[in-house]
Design a protein. Structure first.
Length: 453
């Protein structure tokens, strides 16, 4: 099995090397047109991010060591080609073999030191690794989702049941674009930069913990990440200081009774009505136990029991998610779910067992890092908005538990994407003009740090 995997990885790497060389020499350079004002005016809302034109802050282009956005626009055709290549060939969590090989060869081709995550997918690449000073880190995620794509794109997924409908293809392409630009101006950068191309963001436990365990965060002083969203227009950045995304835990409650014939319920201890009562009782947690000023979610999303229409089952299993924007509230959610589940079951003479898995912690941005991100985006002539926190989860939070940093949502919406879906929707889509803004943001962050040294 291991030998077969190594052979596959080697063949993919050879293919990726040829593809990288083709892209490096075959694509013409052109400038993208400026963002149309029309793309900055339509109202847009979603469960996670809300765009409010009246709250946008507009800033003129600030002086910098170079025109990062123009450099990114000059590279835009290649960045688009990267994104479409990843989009056509999606690979789900821990299976990003081809994507890892291609990215690794692109990074090596411009002189970066590459380390592959041993025995798994993903990599880190260092620029100016021989230079002193704390590391500046940028992160992109690689994995696709097990979803059938429905978007009518000419480069739609070629793999049935797998698709990039969360924008990770764009994230990887944007960071690769930044790699190419920063490698060309490495002499202007008197410090090392680490690029984290992380696998398995969509699963728990995910790639962030694996990267931390591998030591890839060692020496990093600050880390930045971007996530595209069509719910903000191109040329816009949305973030906030403090909690931006919720902790994300998974729970499973199994209610065990005594099964039997559906015609003789008096001879059984039916777990189904007890499970139904538990589901309803769990809703009192957010409504009656959590402080009304503390956002929290407890959702039962799966219930499974029985194999026949006329047999009362022995047990009923329910599973769901618990989320909060406060570590203290998150700990209490686990306690309350267990107390309610076990208490309701006991009242009916049955037994309930809780299995609780901690997924990702609260993603909390450092205020100083947020200001750096906003300053960089404003220097590009972009607009920014303080957005409300979302109850979605993201394993970038593990990095922010250990080092300062900022995670932000990058606008990728326009009139052309309004008919598409939001994140994780089968018709999810982005305006590819956003790719230049993403690459330029990473580049500008590096330029800003260089200007301070």
């Amino acid at each position: 099995m291991a030998a077969g995997r190594a052979s596959t990885a080697l063949s993919l790497r050879k293919h990726a090397q040829g593809e990288a060389a083709r892209l490096a020499g075959a694509l013409p350079s052109r400038s993208c047109p400026p963002v149309s004002p029309a793309t900055l005016t339509y109202p847009c809302q979603s469960q996670g991010v809300t765009y409010n034109p009246r709250r946008l802050r507009s800033h003129g282009e600030a002086p910098n060591m170079g025109n990062a956005l123009q450099w990114a626009r000059d590279s835009h055709p290649q960045i688009v080609e990267f994104r479409r290549r990843f989009h056509r060939h999606p690979e789900v969590a821990w299976e990003e073999i081809q994507t890892t090989a291609f990215v690794a060869d692109r990074c090596r081709s411009v002189g970066l030191n590459v380390r592959l995550l041993e025995g798994r997918t993903g990599l880190v690449a260092d620029l100016n690794a021989d230079r002193p000073g704390p590391l500046l880190a940028f992160r992109a995620d690689l994995d696709a989702l097990p979803i059938q794509e429905e978007a009518p794109l000419p480069f739609r997924s070629a793999i049935a049941g797998k698709a990039h409908v969360c924008g990770h293809d764009a994230h990887t392409a944007m960071l690769l674009g930044a790699v190419g630009i920063l490698a060309r101006i490495r002499e202007q950068l008197p410090f090392p930069i680490r690029f984290l191309f992380q696998p398995a963001e969509e699963v728990v436990p995910g790639g962030a913990k694996a990267f931390i365990d591998a030591g890839y965060l060692d020496g990093v002083a600050e880390i930045f990440g971007l996530h595209v969203t069509p719910q903000l227009p191109v040329g816009t950045l949305g973030t906030r200081s403090g909690a931006l995304m919720a902790s994300m835990d998974r729970f499973e409650l199994t209610v065990t009774g005594l099964g039997g014939h559906g015609a003789m319920p008096h001879l059984t201890h039916d777990p189904l009505p007890v499970a139904a009562e538990i589901v309803l009782a769990l809703q009192t947690i957010v409504g009656r136990r959590v402080d009304p000023l503390e956002p929290a979610v407890v959702s039962v999303c799966q219930i499974a029991a029985g194999d026949a229409f006329n047999v009362i089952p022995q047990e009923c299993r329910m599973a769901g998610t618990a989320r909060s924007l406060s570590g203290g509230t998150g700990k209490r959610l686990e306690q309350w779910i267990g107390e309610i589940g076990e208490g309701v079951a006991r009242a009916h003479g049955l037994k309930a067992v809780l299995k609780y898995e901690h997924g990702t912690p609260v993603l909390a941005n450092r205020a100083e890092s947020v200001e750096k991100m906003l300053r960089a985006f404003r220097a590009l002539g972009g607009r920014d908005q303080e957005i409300p926190a979302t109850m979605g989860g993201e394993d970038f939070a593990f990095y922010l538990e250990r080092v300062p940093g900022c995670f932000a949502f990058l606008g990728a919406g326009s009139e052309a994407t309004r008919e598409g879906g939001s994140l994780h929707h089968p018709r999810f889509g982005i305006d590819e003009e956003a790719l230049a803004w993403g690459s330029a943001t990473f580049v500008q962050l590096a330029l800003d740090r260089a200007a301070q040294e």
